[in-house]
Design a protein around this ligand. Structure first.
Ligand SMILES: [Zn+2]
Length: 606
């Protein structure tokens, strides 16, 4: 039983950190599959495909990524070779594409070739090593990427190189006990290091890397508060915070001390109760925590949404609370996919929902690489092993094969147009008839889900915000139909968006693209007033993705005498990943209209 099944309200309190007296979970509620066990279709599969073929395989890796490591002449800087390596490894393990496998091997071989006899693997000249930015950060991800190559491909030279590099860091760490990397704090300067060392420690069966995290990096004591804004030593850096949460969550699996969960719970509390989460599923402004709900130029660093997704996935596995899955799908279908051009080639650093968006110029650095990495992890966020059965977290066309208890091989296939439609057909093929639970995440946005097994409606309620567990004997050819009606919902804005509403359908936010309306060319879009009752059923729109949707709604221009004058504008709103989207919150005649709803991901709509 998950906490959510026992008592949803209690599960939420636990998630928000108000039930510290509850016993810590001894083991994860959900366990992920391996990347090669899952095939992904639909928009999620398309994004994985274009990330491989229109991005990874189009990079000039020799010039942009590998040359600086062969030269070793820089005084400071960051490329993200280890991050790229990690993404290439996991995507190659998932897709088994020959060109991608060749790229992965090339990156690994050249990286190992660039490693010096003392273990150093970086791009800085000798006098700058370790202590100039971002050398330790870069090395941490190289350790992680090389360890991934060992984990997914069994490559022992990669593990040996990762160990040599980790040993280099351990040997030099005590050289500067009072290191203060101006202008930022140490924990931000080494972002990614602790999780890399913990992963290496487990992969190599070598406790010294874990001990370094505990004794030298004092990971169990790390307990930074939520610092709002970007100032001073940038202690409010959201990505760095999440990276440390992930390392603590990893440590927690071996040492289930509640203290290790406190910073993560504080972050979740900030997101869902203190206005930290924005409607597109991400957080942070100019890389740092913000709670104003403003969505302008520097909203939502791509690294932040990548790490938020990772933390949500980790918490979902640990606690089994479907709220995390709800947050994951909002982030994936909006903030994450909007961080990439529809053709896959370009990636953003920030993805604002208020005002124009820009692409990042270049393929190196943190955001492009963390984007590739989290896309490589999407296949393992769909299905999980759970209580001897299967849990479905994300809805997307896909299939998976996994072994269950008792030597049963289970094949599962998901047929759906999600997120365009809320109808999902699951086909289950166990190798022999077997009793196990099938658990389905019923999203919080879905008030009236209906589930049928082999055409027969289920006699148990599919309550939103819970995992619906269907316990029966399954046999080959069984078919589960899930109908999740997706009416429009007009979600009330908060803080800076107070008095405005955003339009959502299922997990997708809709946005206004000025270029689709010539009459809006020179208009301040904030002066539009939406006519909520004019919303029409969704229309097909392929401008952002195949089988995409758009929303037709009328509006009044500036100065119009709403509500009695006829709306003078017919708007077509596109899905949020529309690269020219500029606005998601609209002024309305009656901001207290009872048909408007609170954002269901938020736990205290005021
Ligand atoms: Zn970044």
């Amino acid at each position: 039983m998950t906490r959510a099944m026992l008592c949803p309200a209690m599960a939420l309190l636990v998630a928000a950190g108000f039930a510290a007296a509850s016993p810590a979970p001894a083991a994860d509620r959900l366990a992920p599959l391996d990347p090669d066990q899952v095939q992904v279709g639909g928009e999620m599969g398309r994004r994985i495909h274009i990330t491989i073929h229109n991005n990874l395989l189009k990079l000039d890796v020799d010039k942009d990524f590998l040359k600086p490591f062969a030269d070793k002449s820089a005084k400071e800087g960051f490329v993200g070779l280890g991050m790229l390596l990690d993404a290439a490894v996991r995507l190659a393990a998932h897709a088994r594409d020959p060109k991608l496998l060749a790229l992965k091997k090339h990156l690994v071989a050249r990286a190992i070739q660039a490693q010096e006899a003392d273990g150093y693997l970086g791009m800085l000249a000798a006098p700058s090593r370790m202590w100039e930015l971002w050398d330790i950060h870069e090395m941490g991800y190289l350790i992680y990427g090389l360890t991934s190559d060992y984990r997914f491909f069994g490559e022992k030279p990669s593990l040996a190189a990762a160990r040599k590099l980790a040993d280099y860091i351990l040997a030099h760490w005590s050289d500067k006990p009072d290191w203060q990397p101006k202008p930022i704090n140490v924990h931000m300067a080494v972002t990614g290091l602790e999780r890399a060392l913990l992963t290496l420690s487990d992969a190599a069966g070598e406790p010294k890397y874990r001990e370094f995290c505990v004794r030298e990096r004092k990971l169990p004591e790390w307990d930074l508060g939520i610092v709002v804004g970007r100032w001073g030593a940038v202690e409010g850096h959201a990505y760095a915070y999440f990276a440390h949460c992930l390392a603590q969550l990893r440590l927690y699996r071996a040492d289930p001390n509640e203290r290790l969960l406190a910073p993560t719970r504080r972050a979740m509390d900030f997101l869902v109760r203190r206005d930290g989460l924005v409607v597109t599923g991400t957080c942070g402004d100019h890389e740092c925590w913000h709670d104003s709900q403003a969505g302008t130029a520097n909203l939502g660093e791509t690294c932040t949404v990548a790490y938020l997704l990772r933390v949500l996935d980790d918490l979902l596995r640990l606690e089994g609370n479907p709220h995390y899955g709800d947050m994951m799908e909002r982030a994936i279908y909006n903030a994450l996919f909007a961080a990439q051009s529809p053709d896959g080639r370009r990636i953003r650093y920030y993805t604002p929902f208020d005002g124009p968006r820009k692409y990042f110029d270049g393929d190196t650095y943190c955001c492009p690489n963390n984007f590739r990495r989290v896309v490589s992890e999407l296949p393992t966020m769909i299905y999980y092993r759970s209580e001897g059965g299967l849990a479905v977290n994300l809805y997307t066309a896909s299939s998976a094969k996994l072994a269950l208890d008792g030597g049963i091989q289970l094949a599962v296939r998901q047929e759906t147009d999600y997120p365009s439609a809320g109808r999902v057909v699951l086909r289950l093929d166990p190798s022999r008839p077997a009793a196990f639970p099938l658990r389905l995440r019923i999203p919080r946005w879905c008030a009236a889900a209906q589930v049928a097994v082999n055409g027969k409606p289920l006699d148990q309620a599919a309550r939103r915000g819970e995992f619906l567990a269907i316990r029966r004997e399954w046999k080959a050819g069984d078919r589960v139909e899930i109908d999740m009606p997706m009416p429009w919902r007009m979600v009330r804005g908060r803080q800076a968006q107070s008095g405005r509403v955003a339009i959502l359908r299922g997990p997708v936010v809709f946005c206004l693209n000025r270029a689709r309306h010539k009459e809006l060319a020179a208009l301040d879009l904030r002066l539009l007033t939406l006519a909520p009752s004019s919303l029409e059923p969704p229309i097909r729109d392929e401008s952002v993705r195949p089988n995409g949707l758009a929303c037709k709604v009328q509006a009044w221009g500036p100065g119009a005498w709403y509500p009695h004058a006829k709306p003078d504008l017919q708007l077509v709103l596109s899905e949020y990943p529309d690269p020219a989207g500029e606005m998601v919150y609209f002024h309305v005649p009656n901001p207290r209209d009872h048909s408007f709803v609170a954002d269901e991901l938020i736990d205290n709509d005021r």
